[in-house]
Write a protein that binds this ligand. Structure first.
Ligand SMILES: [Zn+2]
Length: 431
């Protein structure tokens, strides 16, 4: 157990002694903008503090006392993962509130803030939330009189966790964003094994509930599809996905290897791999099947670039034998770096939400690809749980009560064994 904080700056006069209260400040009826408060009589903490999906920095933060509305400051803000709809508003939080998250999320945020205009996590306010190894026990943290435990969850942002918050025998689990079809099958078993029947309240995401399932069923199928498509393809294969999504990197990297192609990542992906520094991920090296392309227009961050420069590959090398490569691209690279030199019949494996394809930069990239008889194949699976797997998980977990968040179809949760509790933003639940 790690003692982290005093309690006296976060007195909460509305929560009676011996109880826990939970307030979803925002996110009860939308996807994104997640912000959940858990409080004892003495300590308040905030789980996630995200932007709404449309609006970003321009939008108004939720009226959380002590953060964005009058009141005493909470003891801490905890971030489940590095997506903007969970972390966006931390840039508006006053400078003396500590921010807890996993070391992996802090690294993903650091690299994202350098290369992709991501939200900054100020180093002096970062407090590490420890996560267990695959077989080791979870680690608990004390924040005031609350006990917090992070459980690794499978999601499209590396380093994602859900949070268990305990106080005097009462337990709340917040899932953050999660799925059951990625590359962490053990995470479901751990949560069920340790928390089955023990939760007074489950606060769960429900992004895909009520939506038609699109894309491929799981990450393994993404890999198999990418192998089949690229093995027989006579030209360059380019792949598009977020460098924060290390599951997807592994799928495409493995596919390239099986199709006997060298995978070429960009400077941003190389920096993520360097910072995360896990032995299970490959390292870019000259002569290996992972090389690094440095795009023409890029921010140069020497502290990252120096580690991958030896593995650099040029477009000339790639264009000399395009069928030997699979290359991570973003739309700006297709227009600015490839331009008229884009190899004939290039194949794009599109590994992101297909809504982005309507954006201007993608429309332009797709037109360039079409002009060279190129093709696009969607090669994606959702970062969020499919409905059936999510409902099976909730039923197996058997919490006393469930509050859906991060969904626009919360009524469908009425199909659970125990009907959900549907609350409005700002409504307190006392446990
Ligand atoms: Zn997310």
């Amino acid at each position: 157990m790690t003692e982290l904080l005093p309690t006296n700056n976060s007195m909460n006069t509305t929560t009676p002694l011996g109880t826990l209260s939970v307030i979803v400040h925002r996110g009860t009826n939308e996807i994104g903008a997640s912000c959940i408060e858990v409080a004892s009589a003495n300590t308040r903490i905030i789980l996630d503090c995200g932007w709404p999906l449309d609006g970003g920095d321009e939008s108004e933060p939720p009226a959380v006392p002590g953060l964005f509305a009058p009141g005493s400051k909470p003891a801490a803000v905890l971030l489940s993962h590095a997506h903007p709809d969970h972390i966006g508003f931390i840039s508006k939080i006053s400078s003396d509130v500590p921010i807890y998250t996993t070391k992996d999320t802090s690294k993903i945020m650091l690299v994202g803030s350098c290369y992709a205009r991501g939200i900054k996590l100020p180093a002096d306010r970062f407090r590490e939330v420890k996560v267990p190894s695959a077989s080791g026990p979870c680690k608990t943290h004390k924040i005031g009189d609350l006990t917090v435990t992070a459980y690794p969850v499978d999601h499209s942002a590396y380093g994602a966790v859900g949070f268990l918050v305990e106080h005097e025998g009462k337990r709340v689990f917040y899932t953050g964003d999660l799925r059951f079809h990625g590359r962490k099958p053990g995470m479901r078993e751990r949560i069920i094994r340790e928390l089955h029947g023990k939760l007074d309240l489950l606060v769960t995401e429900g992004t895909n509930v009520g939506r038609e399932q699109t894309g491929l069923s799981d990450e393994e199928t993404v890999e198999r599809t990418a192998v089949a498509l690229s093995r027989s393809h006579p030209s360059l294969v380019v792949a598009s996905f977020s460098p924060q999504n290390l599951d997807r990197f592994v799928s495409f990297f493995n596919a390239a290897k099986q199709a006997k192609r060298t995978f070429v990542c960009d400077h941003y992906m190389a920096a993520v791999l360097y910072m995360v520094n896990r032995s299970s991920f490959p390292k870019p090296k000259t002569g290996s099947n992972l090389r690094v392309y440095f795009p023409k227009r890029r921010k140069v961050i020497e502290k990252f670039e120096k580690h991958s420069r030896a593995a650099e590959i040029t477009l000339d090398e790639i264009f000399a034998a395009p069928h030997e490569f699979m290359m991570l691209v973003r739309p700006s690279m297709i227009a600015q770096d490839f331009g008229s030199r884009l190899p004939e019949k290039a194949l794009l494996l599109y590994g992101m939400w297909n809504g982005y394809r309507q954006k201007k930069d993608w429309l332009k990239a797709e037109a360039l690809l079409a002009a060279k008889q190129g093709a696009i194949h969607e090669c994606h699976t959702s970062g969020h749980a499919h409905k059936k797997q999510l409902f099976d998980f909730i039923n197996d977990l058997a919490p006393r009560s469930t509050v859906p968040v991060h969904t626009v179809h919360r009524d469908e949760f009425k199909g659970l064994n125990v009907p959900p509790r549907l609350v409005t933003n700002g409504e307190a639940i006392n446990l």
